[in-house]
Structures are given as structure tokens and as C-alpha cells.
Design a protein around this ligand. Structure first.
Ligand code: 2PG
Ligand code: MG
Length: 409
């Protein structure tokens, strides 16, 4: 792939904040990729940008990109990013870290260019099943219906402690699951209006409804919604957001739980509401606590996804630790948590080998880029968590729907 031109620029994300987009021109065309940003970030994630900030990362990137012009890269698969990777690392050794978001945009656009170079769609370029004549399995969507925690503002001084009340798609096709999620999301609005005095339409960072109701009141609503539309119920507790020195400090309703109480409470909620998907139920450093959740759901003989996000941060060492310690059976994959697709590839290989369910996930601050969909299908993710509503979310859902349609032809 010959680099005719490569240029970074600022774009705005869904929060109205600056993000970085990279544009690449090759003989095959013009490609772009832009990076999302998280708000409830795990402590072990790489930083989004250079320690001097996004503007400094941009300055570095401008210099770096100039050096790439006129170069020829041989990228036959994700592993082929190695040469680019080496150049980036060498540059970082002199000027400091670019940050995970820069890596996301640069590697993403190079993968897009490399796929076009061999006349393939990106997901197809990544997916080795296709090379063996197999069709990839489509994921199911995981969508944020009602929000709380760090992603939501308080209404009359209150919000749920849990960050995301999720609907997990359950249908024959991704497209049908997306439609069901959207209908269910609308029904949740009706129920919120009924249950919460003076409720007005307000959406949070990820397009989920905001509410002042308590955690279990929202779960009641979600249970009704998921029953009506035959969906599964999920929760991103994002518990590190309200954890402090050994205690989980609940505000809505006000209560302090220690580690053991927290694990018991999570299992109680799983039973009471029939939760199928539980993300970050315990603090991000509590591998043992996660393990007790995996054991807890085994004891009650439920098939529940115990999902690591802030715990694992797409970091192979942490994923291995969680895998060896049987702390998770599923995990979130967010490429900019670790900062290189070569690392993501290793994590995917580990998950496949150890039967860990993969959920490719958006970030709360998203751009209009849809590369997440190609990554999810390409790497064989069983789920894609990309919201239900909002244009930045819908472009990603639509991309999977388009891939699904193209495979039916
Ligand atoms: C999460 C994500 C996405 P953020 O916690 O799973 O929903 O949030 O991007 O803010 O880390
Ligand atoms: Mg999370």
C-alpha cells in the first residue's frame, strides 16, 4: 500500500469535544478513521493522548505523518501493522507517547487502506474464517436503554448508581435485534413517564434515558420492557465509579456495602431480575470479587455473562490474570484502552482459546466512525455494545446490518 498522503485533523465527538481523525490517500482511494473517548475509564487503560494533551498529540502526529508520505507498506493482515507499529514506537521513544486515541485512528485508517488494496471489506480482511470459506457469525447488539452513574446528570439531585441498564439483543438476525431494541427503548420511555413524576425526555452521553429513580426501580422497568420484547437484560454496574477504599457507596438508595455484601447483592439482583449480562459488578482491582461472581452464578445454575471492562482494559496481562483466576467468562474489547490493534489481536486470540465471550464496545464519547462494526465482525465478537439511539451509535449498528445483508446475497 503506497501512501500518497496522510493527514490528521480535529473532529468533534458526540460530547462536542475534540477528537483526532486521520485521513489517508492511497492509489485505491481516500480513507478516514477517528477515535472515540471514554469517561468512566479504567485505571489501567493507556492515556488517550500525550501527557501534555490532545494538541500536543496532534503536533506530534503532524510531524509523524509527514514522514510516512511516499512509503510503501505491506499489510496483508492485522499482523502486518508491525512495521507501522515499530515506526510509531520509535517516534514515541523520542517525543513521548501519542496516546491510545492516536493509535486507534492511525492504525484504523491503515487497515482500511490495506483492505481496499486487496479489494476487501475491512471485516473480511480481518476475518480468517472467510479465508477458509466460512461465513462469519453475526454478533448480537447490546444497547444502553437507561443510564446513571458517571454518564448521566443528576435529576433533582438524584440518578441511579449503576451506569448502564442494557438490553441484550435476542433475535434471528442482528437487524431484527436492533429493531426490537429500538422499540423496547421507546417503551421504556413510556414506563419512565408513568413511574417518575414530572419525567421529561432527557438523554445521557450515550443516548440512554436519564432518570432519578433508584437502581432497582429502573431494573423493574427494564424487566417489564425486556419481557414484552423478549430481550435479555444487562447491567454495566461500572462499580469502580462508586467504590472507595473497600466500600461501595450507594446513593440511590443510600447504603454502604463492603466487598462481600456487594458480591451477594449482585447475585441477588441476577436472581431477582433475571439478569443475563453483568459488567464490572466489582471494583476494577478486585479479581477475587469477580471470581466470586462467576462462582455465584454457577451455584445458582444460571448462564450469566460476568463481564470485565475496567477490570481487563483490553490488556493481555490483565486478561490472562482474569482468565487464569476464573474471574470472568466474558470481556469488553475497546481498542483504545490498550492502544494497538496488535495487542487487540493477541487478546482476541486468548479469548477464543479460552472460550471467553467478546463484546466489542463503543465509548461514551463517540464519533461518526463505524470501524467498531468491522472489528466486531472481523474478529468474531459475539456481541457489539454500541448503544441504541443517536447518530454516532446508529452508524455502527447500520454497518453490521449492511454486512449481514451482504452475506445473505
Ligand atoms: C463503558 C463505556 C461505554 P466509557 O463503561 O462500558 O459504555 O463507558 O466509554 O465512558 O468508558
Ligand atoms: Mg463498562
Amino acid at each position: 500500500m503506497f501512501v500518497k498522503s496522510v493527514m490528521p485533523r480535529f473532529v468533534k465527538n458526540s460530547r462536542g469535544r475534540r477528537s483526532i481523525e486521520v485521513e489517508l490517500i492511497t492509489y485505491e482511494g481516500r480513507f478516514r478513521c477517528s477515535a472515540p473517548s471514554g469517561k468512566s475509564t479504567g485505571k489501567s487503560e493507556v492515556a488517550c493522548y500525550h501527557k501534555k494533551g490532545i494538541s500536543y498529540s496532534m503536533k506530534m502526529l503532524r510531524v509523524f505523518c509527514k514522514r510516512l508520505v511516499g512509503k510503501n507498506f505491506i499489510i496483508k493482515d492485522v499482523g502486518g501493522l508491525k512495521d507501522l507499529n515499530d515506526l510509531m514506537r520509535k517516534f514515541e521513544a523520542r517525543f513521548g507517547k501519542f496516546g491510545g486515541n492516536v493509535w486507534y485512528a492511525v492504525e484504523g485508517v491503515f487497515l482500511r487502506g490495506a483492505a481496499a488494496d486487496v479489494g476487501k471489506e475491512l471485516w473480511e480482511f480481518i476475518n480468517d474464517d472467510m479465508n477458509r470459506g466460512l461465513k462469519p457469525k453475526m454478533p448480537m447488539p447490546v444497547g444502553n436503554c437507561i443510564g446513571g452513574g458517571l454518564h448521566s446528570k443528576k435529576i433533582k439531585g438524584k440518578r441511579p448508581d449503576f451506569q448502564e441498564f442494557l438490553l441484550v439483543g435476542n433475535a434471528k438476525s442482528f437487524g431484527k435485534a436492533v429493531t426490537k431494541n429500538l422499540r423496547a427503548y421507546e417503551y421504556a420511555r413510556t414506563l419512565l413517564k408513568k413511574k417518575e413524576k414530572g419525567w421529561r425526555v432527557k438523554r445521557n452521553d450515550e443516548g440512554a434515558w436519564m432518570s432519578s429513580l433508584a437502581n432497582e426501580e429502573v431494573l423493574d422497568i427494564l424487566k417489564r420492557v425486556s419481557k414484552r420484547y423478549d430481550l435479555k437484560l444487562g447491567l454495566d454496574v461500572a462499580s469502580s465509579g462508586f467504590y472507595d477504599k473497600g466500600y461501595y457507596i450507594y446513593k440511590n438508595k443510600s447504603l454502604v456495602r463492603d466487598k462481600v455484601d456487594q458480591a451477594d447483592y449482585m447475585i441477588k439482583l441476577i436472581r431477582k431480575f433475571g439478569i443475563f449480562y453483568l459488567e464490572d459488578g466489582m471494583d476494577e482491582e478486585d479479581f477475587g470479587g469477580f471470581k466470586s461472581l462467576v462462582e455465584g452464578v454457577k451455584k445458582i445454575r444460571r448462564k450469566v455473562l460476568i463481564v470485565g471492562d475496567d477490570l481487563t482494559t483490553t490488556n493481555l496481562d490483565r486478561v490472562r490474570r482474569a482468565g487464569r483466576g476464573k474471574a470472568i467468562n466474558s470481556m469488553i474489547i475497546k481498542p483504545n484502552q490498550i492502544g494497538s490493534m496488535l495487542e487487540v489481536k493477541k487478546v482476541v486470540e486468548y479469548c477464543k482459546k479460552n472460550k471467553i465471550v467478546m463484546i466489542f464496545s463503543h465509548r461514551s464519547g463517540e464519533t461518526m466512525d463505524n470501524i467498531l462494526a468491522d472489528y466486531c465482525v472481523g474478529f468474531g465478537g459475539q456481541f457489539m455494545k454500541a448503544g441504541i439511539f443517536g447518530r454516532e451509535r446508529l452508524v455502527k449498528l447500520k454497518r453490521v446490518m449492511d454486512i449481514e445483508k451482504s452475506l445473505k446475497r
